[in-house]
Design a protein around this ligand. Structure first.
Ligand SMILES: *[C@@H]1O[C@H](CO)[C@@H](O)[C@H](O)[C@H]1NC(C)=O
Ligand SMILES: *[C@@H]1O[C@H](CO)[C@@H](O)[C@H](O)[C@H]1NC(C)=O
Ligand SMILES: *[C@@H]1O[C@H](CO)[C@@H](O)[C@H](O)[C@H]1NC(C)=O
Length: 211
């Protein structure tokens, strides 16, 4: 089911019902238990067998900006470069403006649940927290169909697109390398070169997984 054949023929269909798509949804509270995001169906076009070393790896968070005394305001959700790293848990809550709320480093020192959205820049559509609402598009849950047959799993995307480009980055700091993913929606090609994928980018789906 994995690999390019799957990736090219999967038809995303919005999963109606919002948070109720998550296994641990409690109708009484309108919220879920913790879940995570993983790279799934990742295709390594440069490997003979197309195998991808981060297949199934879970999410981590990457702080984007540390702003003096008032602390951290923005960051990315990424896929970790090691699967034994602690994952940043996510929850879904009917009362949140976003279906994805990540437990991330915020403020001066501490963690809080922040709504996650996708940046509205078409060629730089990363999953982030702390964005101004007008600079975002909402993330949605999707099911995949292949030849009309529903596939296992719940996927993240927007505007009927669930294919992401994923690429490894590393900081000069102590953090491990991480893999940032951007949605391959309309106009996601490099605005200068026209390339659909940047150097080092692989295609993947981002799937909901449970602890
Ligand atoms: C993709 O394949 C190339 C060539 O085999 C390999 O060097 C690279 O590490 C692979 N990347 C991933 C993410 O699997
Ligand atoms: C995220 O998207 C939702 C739905 O469009 C919006 O209501 C909310 O303000 C956005 N939140 C942030 C932090 O961008
Ligand atoms: C997504 O696909 C559905 C079903 O084909 C369609 O009704 C909807 O308008 C599409 N949404 C977008 C943003 O393209």
């Amino acid at each position: 089911m994995l690999g390019s054949a799957y990736a090219s023929s999967a038809q995303p269909v919005v999963a109606e019902g919002g948070c109720a798509n998550i296994n641990s949804y409690y109708p009484e509270t309108g919220s879920t238990g913790q879940f995570m995001l993983v790279a799934s169906g990742c295709v390594n076009a440069t490997a003979l067998d197309q195998a991808c070393s981060i297949e199934g790896f879970g999410d981590t968070s990457v702080v984007f900006r540390t702003a003096g005394e008032t602390g951290i305001h923005e960051g990315y959700i990424a896929i970790g470069s090691r699967n034994d790293e602690a994952k940043n848990p996510l929850v879904c809550d009917d009362n949140s403006p976003s279906i994805l709320n990540g437990l991330v480093e915020t403020g001066v020192s501490g963690y809080s649940y922040q709504p996650l959205n996708i940046t509205s820049i078409p060629y730089s559509a990363y999953l982030m927290w702390g964005l101004p609402a007008e600079a975002t598009i909402p993330a949605q849950f999707y099911h995949h169909y292949v030849d009309g047959v529903p596939q296992d799993g719940l996927f993240i995307g927007a505007n009927n697109v669930t294919t992401w480009a994923i690429k490894e980055y590393s900081d000069s700091g102590s953090k491990l390398p991480y893999w940032l993913f951007r949605l391959l929606g309309p106009d996601s090609a490099d605005p200068v070169t026209g390339a659909a994928l940047e150097e080092g980018e692989l295609k993947t789906f981002i799937k909901v997984a449970y602890f």
